[in-house]
Write a protein that binds this ligand. Sequence first.
Ligand SMILES: C[S@@+](CC[C@H](N)C(=O)[O-])C[C@H]1O[C@@H](n2cnc3c(N)ncnc32)[C@H](O)[C@@H]1O
Length: 231
Amino acid sequence: MLFNSPLSGERADRIISMLALDEHSKVLDIGCGEGEFLTRIYQFSHGHCFGIDINDRSLDRARDKAVMLKAGGKLKYTETDIVKAGLNKNSFDLAVCIGSTHAFGMGDAAYPHALKEMKDLVKPGGLILIGEGFWKREPDQEYLTFIGEPVGVYNTHEENISQAESFHLISLYAVESNIDEWDHFEWSSRMEAELGSNKEKLDHVRKWNLFYRQYGRTTMGFGFYLFRKEL
Ligand SMILES: C[S@@+](CC[C@H](N)C(=O)[O-])C[C@H]1O[C@@H](n2cnc3c(N)ncnc32)[C@H](O)[C@@H]1O
């Protein structure tokens, strides 16, 4: 899987091309996983790119890509929890967090905490790009019970935007994953598990896939939100 989110390479490249980054730009990707999004940002801008994640195995894959690109010190990864990272405020031109707002807090605290902390991290006039789930319709209780999350954990697409605006962030762009990106994301993970040898993982993925087909496909959306911090 390219990304651990319902995101295609085409959409990633389109969004990155809109960010007006250059070789002086300082970019932070929080919960960067295997670094595919940050790698593409580096290839596009040759800026100073920093990825952080708590999963060192994912970071090893991200680092391999940086080595292949001969990025030197301009594409760096650190294993750390964002809450303990102690990053300087007002220091980034762009902060990215795709599918990782739970790094900032549990349940319904995740998204607002991500907005607040990311706003602190970027410079005045800097950009914040968040990939976040949302409810396309009222979720069925059976689905919520299965995914183990309360109703309040996600907003609607509109609420994801208006909540950021209540933090005095300026909305620049918003787009949602399409059904092809969702199906590819969910079914790639099923195919990987089916072709692998981890029985426990396969049982879990099969069940997840069934709930995706029965509920998630029509219930959960995923949006990409680009905001600007006021000057
Ligand atoms: C769903 S994955 C998304 C990865 C990547 N952004 C992507 O779209 O492919 C969420 C990532 O957040 C990371 N993560 C979770 N909690 C974190 C924390 N407290 N600090 C940093 N990273 C965290 C996980 O290890 C995981 O790689």
